[in-house]
Design a protein around this ligand. Structure first.
Ligand code: NAD
Length: 450
């Protein structure tokens, strides 16, 4: 049922051929805001929901939820003939060029993502695609586990339409980063715009719609775009939990937590920066493990619970165990460890995770030969470290380290190691992302988080 007729007379003539018309499936926070804001940019928008109350609200220019500025946008859109609304998905898709999917994805009983609304919506969109001759783009905007667009939505669309995604119609994943309360403002000044697409034509069609609010669109694969959305929200949750733990720690110490964090965020080199934010090996060295222990100890004495900070050491140990397991899985009895210090460019072996890997391998009777560009095997650093006690052999040149090795683990990224392992045929465990994607690398290379 269309509550407001879609008619070409209603569309300002100068817009007819320039802007894609958009159907928005699901008129909750995301869909209602998209409907109002896209109409504000001059697009003809057809809103769809299974809830007739929401459809009626949009069709009469009233926001179905409280969001600053949305009522005005919807009123203007309806008055200008740009916004209509219906419960009929098939009719809405047939009447438009692009379909945004923003149905709910609540938590399933098992804690996962309930995808039943996506399945239902995809089936109906697919039925419309079956009847459509023109190229159409389906844009998934829900927050969903990586793989859902291609593994669930696309098969539903293809089965219902009898057509092929990427050829007969386009599919994009375009995560929504709006914050409720300032959603209209965020639509016009997004934190970022990410498009994952099945093909170039789909990406270009969606980019043309979004470029007026963000010319610097980030293009990527559908799976990466899906993951970005989850990672963003987990990061935001981590920040909130972290800041709250700092508050709980500061209060009994009578330290002003807000002043601490005001200073903390001014460090844009190490704190609020890309630094420390790439998956790789465990942290170590003379500071991080010690200070995490000290903070955990202070909290314990004060009776303050800091589950996030307390779990850092557990998480770090898990990363070391993951590296050991990867080496173990090769079945090698002779292993080369390339890189010993807790990070490259230093000879500091204090709490180096590479030594924990060696300890675990030696405990299983595995023969270990080790190399580090900054450490001389018979020098004082090596002599004073755990390496000798662990029964590992340290060598002065990396070639002799891998000479008899059945497997190699690389813990430092440098040119020497890159050249050395590139032609190897034996398993290489990489915990530092030694090779950029697309560059030649050993066929047996296995990355710890990639
Ligand atoms: N709310 C936010 O701030 C926000 C931000 C970013 C991303 N997201 C994601 O966007 C998606 C939508 O979120 P929301 O908060 O707008 O959800 P919501 O629950 O407010 O709205 C979802 C709407 O979809 C409708 N719907 C369900 N099945 C339908 C179908 N088959 N056809 C048509 N309509 C259908 C529901 O009736 C409801 O009105 C979710 O995946 C959410 O995780 C939400």
């Amino acid at each position: 049922m269309f509550l407001s007729a879609i008619s070409d007379q209603a569309i300002p003539v100068h817009l007819v051929d320039t802007r894609a018309s958009v159907s928005v499936i699901g008129l909750g926070y995301v869909g209602a805001v998209s409907t109002g804001c896209l109409a504000g940019l001059g697009h003809r928008v057809v809103g769809v929901d299974i809830d007739p109350g929401r459809v009626d609200s949009i069709a009469t220019g009233r926001a179905p939820l409280h969001e600053a500025g949305l009522d005005d946008l919807l009123q203007d859109g309806v008055a200008g003939g740009l916004i209509t609304a219906t419960t009929d998905t098939v009719a809405a898709v047939l009447a438009t060029d692009v379909t945004f999917v923003s149905v709910g994805t609540p938590t399933a009983p098992d804690g996962g993502c309930d995808t039943r609304y996506i399945t239902a919506a995809a089936r109906e969109i697919g039925m419309a695609l079956a009847m459509k001759n023109d190229y159409h783009v389906v844009v998934m905007r829900c927050s969903i586990p990586p793989g859902t667009t291609l593994g669930l939505m696309v098969p539903e669309l293809e089965a219902a339409s009898g057509k092929k995604a990427g050829r007969d119609f386009g599919v994009c994943f375009n995560p929504e980063f709006l914050r409720e309360g300032v959603a209209v403002e965020d639509f016009h000044a997004p934190a970022k715009t990410v498009i994952g697409a099945s093909d170039g034509r789909a990406a270009a069609t969606l980019a043309r719609i979004l470029e007026p609010v963000d010319p610097a669109i980030i293009h990527t694969s559908i799976e990466v775009a899906e993951m970005v959305k989850y990672v963003d929200n987990v990061w935001h949750a981590t920040k909130v939990a972290f800041a709250n733990e700092i508050g709980r720690l500061c209060k009994p110490l009578e330290v002003d937590s807000h002043e601490v964090m005001d200073i903390f965020v001014q460090d844009t080199k190490l704190n609020i920066s890309p630094y420390y934010l790439k998956p790789g090996f465990a942290y170590g060295g003379s500071c991080l493990p010690k200070e995490v222990r000290a903070v955990t100890h202070i909290a314990g004495q004060l009776g303050v619970r800091l589950p996030l900070i307390e779990s850092l050491a557990v998480s770090n140990r898990t990363q070391v165990e993951a590296a050991v397991e990867m080496v173990r899985a090769t079945g090698a009895r002779r292993v080369a460890v390339l890189g010993l210090a807790f990070k490259p460019g230093t000879d500091d072996l204090r709490e180096s995770p590479a030594l924990d890997v060696i300890a675990a391998l030696r405990a299983e009777g595995i023969e270990v030969t080790a190399h580090d560009s900054a450490i001389t095997p018979d020098g004082p650093v090596a002599r004073g470290s755990r390496i000798a006690a662990l029964g590992a052999t340290m060598v002065a040149d990396a070639e002799s380290a891998i000479d008899r090795a059945e497997a190699v683990i690389v813990t430092h990224a440098n040119e020497i190691y890159r050249k050395l392992v590139a032609p190897l045929m034996q398993p290489v465990v990489d915990v530092v992302r030694l090779f950029r994607p697309g560059t030649p690398q050993p066929p047996t290379l296995c990355g710890i988080g990639w």
